[in-house]
Design a protein around this ligand. Structure first.
Ligand code: S3P
Length: 173
């Protein structure tokens, strides 16, 4: 495998936590796009949204994608909205294998309630579950373009990692 392995999918599907485990297992460096932006900007994602707006965040995300796609041999976790930009998706797909983690809206609701602020889910008082379902529907076509999909709703992290490794094995040279 000479190319990047990219984990994408909605918020709460486990891109960051599974990405770290996968990278260790494959002996590759791991880069989380949100964490990269936060450390370069010295601001959390919610603060970037609050102070500069979503459009600014998307520009930062785009330049991070451009930079990372020039590299090889990484495991990359995207943000949940990274692939809704056509150029991002195309760059990621040409730099490696794009694996989309999926999950039921109800489980996403539970997981995102447990962990951290999510600016795109807190959009002015709508029910979170409704917002999750609406965004999932809007993003379906982009997530569908991934090379491989793994449903994380029921599986343990170990099962998910095993499944991804099984998929990746066929590309080993
Ligand atoms: C976003 C998902 C977040 C982060 C930002 C926007 C989205 O990443 O990039 O808050 O639009 O779905 P995670 O999926 O890692 O939470």
């Amino acid at each position: 495998m000479k190319n990047n392995v990219i984990l994408t999918g909605f918020m709460g599907t486990g891109k960051t936590s599974l990405g770290k485990v996968l990278a260790t297992k494959l002996g590759r460096p791991f880069v989380d796009i949100d964490k990269k932006i936060e450390s370069e900007q010295k601001l959390s994602i919610p603060k970037i949204f609050e102070q500069f707006g979503e459009e600014h965040f998307r520009q930062l995300e785009k330049s991070a994608v451009r930079e990372l796609c020039e590299k090889r041999g990484l495991v990359i976790a995207t943000g949940g909205g990274t692939v809704k930009d056509a150029e991002n998706l195309q760059l990621l797909k040409s730099s490696g294998l794009v694996i989309c983690l999926t999950c039921s809206p109800e489980e996403i609701l539970l997981r995102t309630a447990r962990r951290g602020e999510r600016p795109v889910l807190d959009d002015g008082g709508n029910e979170r579950l409704e917002t999750i379902k609406r965004l999932l529907a809007e993003r379906e076509e982009f997530y569908a373009r991934a090379d491989y999909h793994v449903d994380t709703t029921e599986w343990s992290p170990l099962q998910i990692i095993d499944d991804i490794c099984r998929y990746l094995r066929q590309f080993r040279s």
